[in-house]
Design a protein around this ligand. Structure first.
Ligand SMILES: [Zn+2]
Length: 226
């Protein structure tokens, strides 16, 4: 499904907008029922944000809990940074490899506009890991991944940002792997600590805002490098 959303809005109140998008995402999920739909917001950008674990999802032989609020956070960051976003609103169908996965989420990723150069895949990690953000560079990082890491580290310097530890995004089932190995795109994973993922807690807004602005800078950098 393709959803209509405000394009490139000046987001003056991040926390309020995040809550609106969280409601919007919840409604989309409920409407979806048993389907495995995905939301696509196409802004013809070089960077495309993805959120594969925004709901309970199938992965490597088992159902996993959602990476809570990564759906609304990804929609929010896409809106602020004016980049495209693909957010899974249900992922209960079993799959083992990207070759065999055929649901709306994977179809959107195979069918992105020609402007796409890099997928940035948003996940949630537990607070016990320590850092605020963990960047995973995937199985085949290259120049664009290095550039994006450099920009994110500098833009997010008020936060603890780690690279490839504890999460590398190297396993074959990651979106970063799909980008780098199957789609001819660059790919990067961003794990966001749980303490920065609540749209209902205004104290999480600074990280959402900082991440969104950092992704604005990444979009500019990747577009210029293209
Ligand atoms: Zn995840």
């Amino acid at each position: 499904m393709t959803i209509e959303m405000t394009a490139a809005t000046e987001v003056t109140d991040i926390a309020t907008r995040w809550r609106e998008l969280d409601e919007h995402f919840g409604t989309a999920r409920r409407r979806a029922g048993d389907d495995d739909p995905a939301l696509l917001v196409d802004r013809s950008s070089a960077v495309v944000l993805t959120a594969p674990h925004a709901t309970r999802h199938y992965r490597a032989g088992a159902m996993k809990a959602a990476d809570l609020h990564t759906g609304s956070l990804t929609l929010l960051a896409g809106e602020v940074a004016n980049v495209s976003a693909v957010v899974s609103a249900g992922a209960r169908t079993e799959w083992d490899t990207w070759d065999e996965r055929d649901d709306e989420f994977s179809r959107h990723l195979r069918d992105l506009s020609d402007s796409a150069r890099m997928l940035i895949d948003i996940h949630g990690m537990g607070d016990h890991h320590g850092p605020d953000f963990c960047l995973g560079t995937g199985p085949r990082p290259g120049a664009l991944e290095n550039l994006a890491v450099e920009i994110l580290r500098s833009e997010l310097d008020a936060f603890e940002v780690v690279v490839d530890a504890p999460f590398t995004a190297r396993p074959h089932y990651t979106v970063t792997s799909l980008a780098q190995r199957h789609l001819g795109l660059a790919g990067l994973q961003i794990e966001v600590a749980a303490r920065w993922r609540s749209p209902h807690d205004d104290s999480a807004a600074p990280a959402a805002s900082a991440l969104s602005l950092a992704l604005t800078a990444v979009e500019e950098g990747i577009r210029d490098a293209a």
